[in-house]
Design a protein around this ligand. Structure first.
Ligand code: ZN
Length: 298
């Protein structure tokens, strides 16, 4: 069992928000043990806070948005993935607007920032969520399940409906090392055919070739960091979304055609089982299958 971690020094970065297009400054502060990950909106009266917790998941269209009492923080998943990858348990994230800066579209700049701040170990043990029974969420041709395992493993497959990126899959034992090297540098992606639709909905206003792999009819418009960068980024998003549980998972996640909706549905189901488990808060018990109806839009 490891010990809880925070950062050693206060550190800041600035950048554009992927969906809002606003220039935002973010400052990371250490917190004491058992504080969790906390966002604070510095631009609003009384600087309200939103905890990175399952109950604060507000919206999952194209990004994961947290919210509480009218206070929102958008696109938290890449930063949360970096915190999961480095095992940081306690942190206050002060932001000057409604969205986490997208930086280069990956988690690598956040990893660099956190390592630059330094990692401090608390003298308090870290707790894990250990999966003891399978939990399955099925939405037709999209599904996600978590299976018992002594390690955190991810198998992710996706069909992209594009001749150049038809089908990709990855199987990865997630550790600090594999996350930093194989997952963190993968960038968010978008299809050129969707851009006008997104802009009409007020999304991707800060998107550019500087922070997004843009895919046209002939393939990616920018140079890929990995041949299978798209599926690696799906894993990045998954790891970030799962960290809303506030603790690392011990289990194997099998995701097929999933996205933020399925990721966060799994998070809420795990949390529900944790809360109903009177024996141990570190053990998830679940029935064999938990079918969930397909929503009207996702
Ligand atoms: Zn992403």
């Amino acid at each position: 069992m490891g010990r809880q971690k925070t950062i050693r020094n206060i550190i800041s970065c600035s950048g554009v928000g992927l969906h809002t297009g606003r220039e935002i400054t973010m400052t990371l502060h250490p917190l004491p043990p058992n504080s969790g990950i906390v966002f604070r909106r510095m631009d609003l009266p009384d600087t309200p806070v939103v905890h990175a917790r399952p109950e604060n998941i507000l919206d999952v269209h194209y990004a994961t948005t947290l919210g509480k009492a009218g206070v929102e923080v958008k696109t938290v998943e890449h930063l949360l993935a970096a915190l999961a990858g480095l095992g940081i348990d306690n942190l206050r994230i002060e932001i000057s607007g409604p969205e986490v800066p997208v930086m280069d579209g990956s988690a690598a700049p956040f990893i660099d920032l956190l390592l630059q701040a330094g990692i401090r170990r608390h003298y308090v043990p870290k707790s894990y969520i250990v999966v003891t029974k399978p939990l399955v969420i099925d939405m037709g041709n999209r599904s996600i399940q978590i299976l018992p395992s002594r390690r955190f493993r991810v198998h992710y497959s996706m069909s992209f409906d594009h001749p150049c990126f038809a089908e990709q899959s990855i199987d990865l034992l997630v550790s600090r090392r594999t996350f930093i090297r194989k997952i963190a540098p993968s960038r968010t992606y978008g299809f050129l055919r969707d851009v006008e639709h997104l802009w009409r909905r007020g999304l991707a206003l800060g998107g550019s070739l500087e922070n997004t792999v843009v895919i046209g009819d002939e393939g990616a418009l920018n140079y890929l960091r990995f041949e299978d960068e798209l599926i690696r980024h799906k894993v990045l998003d998954l790891i970030g979304d799962l960290y809303l549980l506030g603790r690392p998972l011990r289990g194997t996640v099998v995701a097929k055609g999933a996205g933020h909706l399925l990721h966060t549905t799994l998070v809420k189901e795990i949390q529900r089982h944790l809360e109903s488990n009177e024996v141990s808060r570190c053990v998830v018990t679940a029935p064999e299958s938990l079918p969930i109806p397909v929503p009207a839009s996702s």
